[in-house]
Design a protein around this ligand. Sequence first.
Ligand code: FAD
Length: 387
Amino acid sequence: MTTAFSEALHLIRDTAERIAEQEIAPLAERVDLECLWPGHALDALAKAGLLGLQVPKALGGHGQGLLALSAVAEVIGRACPSSALCFGMHCVGTAVIAAKATKYQQEHYLRPIAQGRHVTTLALSESGNGAHFYLPQTALAVDGEHFRVNGTKRFVTNGGHADSYVVSTTIPGDAAESGDFSCLIVDRDTEDMTWLEAWSGFGMRGNSARGVQFDGARVPRHNLLGEQGDQVWYVFEVVAPYFLMAMAGTYLGIAQAALDAAGEHLRSRRYAHSGESLRDVEILQARYASMWMAVEKTRALIYDAGRRGDLGDPDALPFILACKAEAGDTAVYLANEAMTICGGAAYRENSHVARLLRDARASHVMSPTTDMLKVWTGRALLGLPLL
Ligand SMILES: Cc1cc2nc3c(=O)[nH]c(=O)nc-3n(C[C@H](O)[C@H](O)[C@H](O)COP(=O)(O)OP(=O)(O)OC[C@H]3O[C@@H](n4cnc5c(N)ncnc54)[C@H](O)[C@@H]3O)c2cc1C
């Protein structure tokens, strides 16, 4: 329990934790083994009203911000990292839609999300721009009352399962090199939109992070988000903070799960020849303490970043940038240490700890990557522009 949470957030987190323990954790191994998209997790969260975490209260949602997103992602991530990632990307997509939603977008997307009837997600990444997701090459052209979209997105979490996709494109008639872009909502049943090969990742295997190809896909003009010229505002005010807090919570959940596994093994393992318990070994006590300290420091940074972001603190930026990098480092460190502490039992194919280690490694390649975030944090602290 933390004093950082409001009463409403305590209730939300407790609900998410109950669902995570009872309905999400039991299927986590299968999600990994079979690359199973965790529809059961999103259904359970939908039934509890949690798909609308980022939907304004006036539209039936919880109207929660960054702190809540990281706290809920954490408890889901502790049970099943793929589920946390799928839920997190839905919430980021929701926040992007909600930021400047028109009346149509409110009724057509945000209300159904709050009612648990609609899953959305973010489709920014492309092969051409790699980690530099803010420079899309997917082209947008005006065609009467519609747009035409041409290009290929990849690594789309919830790909093929979400009801809508928040897609970044160039602005109509503009060269990709200009750095300007648009964001629009593409519905799942849009014609001339083809899903590419199924996702089979090293970790985060339930993610369905597939590629999708648009061949002149027709999207109504009222699905454009915001106005032309809003892109930089969207990236820095909405996409980045919500994405970073969702991912920070997810990776903190992995770190906590690794700490749980290590603690359980230390307490339960006892040698028959000597009767000695593993928890009596001094070096393991010290290792375990270091793991716990890393988790607590990371959690404090994440909650502080979320709170500062929600309050509009002008100094929030380096905290928000740092917390996904810190959570990624902590998750990899914790899973790696748990692998050492839990010994041979952990070093079997697809053990719980092995899965955590594989899932944790996604943190460093998901853009903004750990290295990019450390550079940006330094630049923010030194008063330099991020890019
Ligand atoms: C499990 C998973 C889920 C994902 N989900 C989504 C999603 O839902 N939506 C979405 O849009 N994308 C998603 N992505 C894509 C992700 O965010 C990255 O855009 C993508 O992984 C970058 O891949 P790349 O191999 O092209 O990187 P590259 O551009 O080839 O970069 C390779 C490495 O170089 C480093 N690098 C590159 N440029 C710099 C720099 N300037 N400074 C420091 N280091 C640099 C990066 O850190 C990276 O580790 C997902 C990826 C994964 C693995």
